[in-house]
Design a protein around this ligand. Structure first.
Ligand code: C2E
Ligand code: MG
Ligand code: MG
Length: 258
């Protein structure tokens, strides 16, 4: 892990060094793109192109985490609205959020203002929360997430299955989508246990009326197992990695689909 100082995060935000890439989420059943996950990248002036694994945890612990969130949310909403204005069939944009945000007094207001300013309808925004993050304060998290739900915003539980509290999460929070962690998908073509777990999650989601996304689909063998499952959306390098917004716009109708 590279040691990066707080001021360089601030500089990154001020000097437009951060950029959002987008990865498609696909409904195989009818070969359509239903959503795009916004994933940040950093064009660092000295270190080059950095992926979130190299800086995101430090950034989220820094004093600019809220400014970063607002930047990411705004960027994704502006982009989605712009795609719609350019005639692309409407899709949801999903934005990853960190744990501290659910307790931040300005969190919900920032989302309301951003939607208003950008003109994106709330049903085209989805927030991705990792399992381990929200459980730290169930009452507060639940209150905040219900406020978002009332606004028409969708909630995804990201990296589902690897945290400590998956089922509690579904019981306490107004979840719309379960995103199965990619570690289950990776071995699903060869490991019966992983495939059984994926099947069970899909059954549970079906009973609860939730959508499922299988994340990290890289091979046709993995895809073959997943397409047999009802309502399973897929995301992974088999279709596309995260790419710049313009490339997403150019490719969304054809190249993502296999
Ligand atoms: P995540 O939200 O679980 O995002 C999925 C990660 O899996 C992305 O990595 C994506 O590029 C990668 N991925 C997708 N399909 C495949 C595949 O088929 N194979 C493999 N090997 N990887 C695949 P990325 O972009 O490096 O992001 C890593 C994590 O950083 C994200 O995990 C998310 O937790 C966090 N992150 C990214 N952007 C943001 C952001 O704007 N805000 C916040 N708070 N966190 C972010
Ligand atoms: Mg995510
Ligand atoms: Mg994930």
């Amino acid at each position: 892990m590279i040691q990066l100082k707080e001021h360089s995060f601030r500089e990154a935000l001020q000097n437009n060094q951060l950029v959002m890439y987008y990865q498609p989420i696909i409904k195989v059943e009818n070969n359509s793109v239903v959503a795009a996950e916004a994933l940040v990248r950093w064009n660092h002036p000295v270190l080059g192109f950095l992926l979130p694994g190299e800086f995101i945890s430090e950034l989220e612990e820094s004093s600019i985490f809220f400014d970063f969130f607002v930047w990411g949310l705004r960027t994704a909403c502006i982009q989605n609205k712009s795609w719609q204005d350019q005639g692309m069939a409407p899709i949801r944009v999903t934005v990853n959020i960190s744990v501290q945000l659910l307790r931040h007094p300005l969190f919900v207001q920032a989302i309301i203002s951003t939607l208003r300013e950008t003109g994106l309808a709330s049903n085209w925004l989805e927030l991705e929360i990792t399992e381990t993050s929200a459980m730290q304060d169930v009452e507060q998290s639940s209150l905040t997430l219900n406020q978002l739900k009332d606004l028409g915003i969708k909630i995804t539980v990201d990296d589902f299955g690897i945290g400590h509290s998956s089922l509690n999460y579904l019981r306490n929070f107004p979840v719309d989508t379960i995103k199965i962690d990619k570690s289950f998908i990776t071995k699903s073509a060869t490991d019966k246990k992983d495939l059984a777990i994926i099947r069970a999650i899909c059954c549970l989601a079906d009973d609860l009326g939730l959508e499922v996304v299988a994340e990290g689909v890289e091979t046709l063998d993995q895809l073959a197992n997943l397409t047999m499952l009802k309502n399973c959306l897929v995301q992974g390098f088999l279709f596309s990695e995260a790419i710049p917004a313009q490339a997403f716009f150019e490719h969304y109708q054809s190249s993502f689909l296999i």
